[in-house]
Design a binder for this molecule. Structure first.
Ligand code: 13P
Ligand code: SF4
Length: 301
């Protein structure tokens, strides 16, 4: 704890000296999320805030694709990620060349790309989406078919909600793909009255046995609006830890899967990042401008 306090104090001083802000995703551990971050939220909120901040330096306490999105939307800020190995199994599942092949195979079908992708993949896309706005984005296109990449389960879950046919890619989140319907049913049997909230990166069979499905921010809103009760968040571990701090009247049942990429970010490497201005995220300007179009088109919805 003493080391934590020392790091927290040092980070606060460095933030002032550098005119820096720390953006933290909901999956960051509580000492990062609650003690040093300035802006907290889901992927959509972090993208919006990255666009609006006038800080000179943005430290992304999240994963690499989030830092790239922040750089795309705020090219004049220096964007830092404390550990370059903070990746994502979805972002790693697809390349720009794969998207070009899909377009050749399905000419004229719009490409909706989850933000959990590299800048190179966003640059090949018509529009981006997050788990918080995927339904609205897909419906805004007015087509009966879309190519929705790279998360196969998100695409299938949105297909079930909208009736719009999805051409999918076999990408999966290594955290959410591990949940099973059997596990949820066992939890319900062990914890009477349990309300189950599942992230849409979960397999459709898991969403089907849940009471609600939505992004991490939508889970937060649900817990806020339904004070108390017993809740199972079918998502990354730290989400329940962070909400438990804010909603002590809610009982969180907490079997969870951990994202090893999110967990690469620590107080110690956030401090080093601000001390040494590492690791700066840079983008090819032409690619960034094509990717920005797809992200801004999403933000305009
Ligand atoms: P959201 O916070 O946008 O729901 O995304 C979850 C996620 O897995 C981010 O990596
Ligand atoms: Fe990627 Fe899944 Fe980790 Fe999110 S939780 S960063 S989607 S691997």
């Amino acid at each position: 704890w003493e080391t934590f306090v020392e790091d927290i104090r040092a980070i606060e001083t460095l933030k002032r000296e550098r005119n820096a802000v720390i953006l933290a995703h909901n999956y960051q551990t509580p000492e990062i999320f609650h003690c040093v971050s300035d802006i907290r939220g889901d992927s959509l909120a972090l993208a919006r805030e990255a666009q609006n901040t006038d800080a000179d330096v943005i430290v992304m306490a999240g994963v690499h694709f989030m830092a790239e999105t922040a750089k795309m939307l705020n090219p004049h800020s220096t964007v830092l990620i404390p550990d370059l190995r903070a990746g994502c199994s979805l972002a790693d599942s697809i390349t720009g060349a794969d998207v070009r092949l899909l377009r050749q195979r399905y000419p004229g079908v719009p490409v909706v790309t989850y933000v959990n992708t590299s800048a190179e993949v966003k640059a090949e896309s018509d529009i981006c989406c997050t788990s918080g706005n995927a339904k609205r984005v897909v419906e805004s296109l007015g087509t009966d078919r879309v190519i929705m990449i790279p998360d196969e389960y998100l695409a299938r879950n949105i297909e079930a909600e909208t009736g719009i046919k999805m051409i999918t890619w076999a990408g999966h989140c290594e955290v959410h793909e591990r949940f099973t319907p059997g596990e949820i049913e066992r939890m319900r049997a062990d914890h009477p009255g349990l309300v189950v909230l599942a992230h849409p990166e979960c397999p459709p069979e898991v969403v089907a046995v849940s009471d609600f499905s939505g992004s991490t921010a939508m889970m937060d809103d649900y817990v806020r609006d339904h004070k108390g009760g017993r809740i199972l968040l079918v998502t990354e571990c730290s989400m329940s830890d962070n909400l438990a701090v804010r909603y002590p009247q809610t009982e969180f049942i907490r079997p969870c899967n951990m994202c090893p990429h999110m967990k690469r970010i620590t107080l110690a490497n956030i401090r080093q990042s601000l001390e040494n201005m590492t690791h700066e995220v840079t983008l090819d300007p032409e690619m960034a401008s094509r990717g920005r179009r797809a992200v801004e088109r999403m933000l305009a919805i």
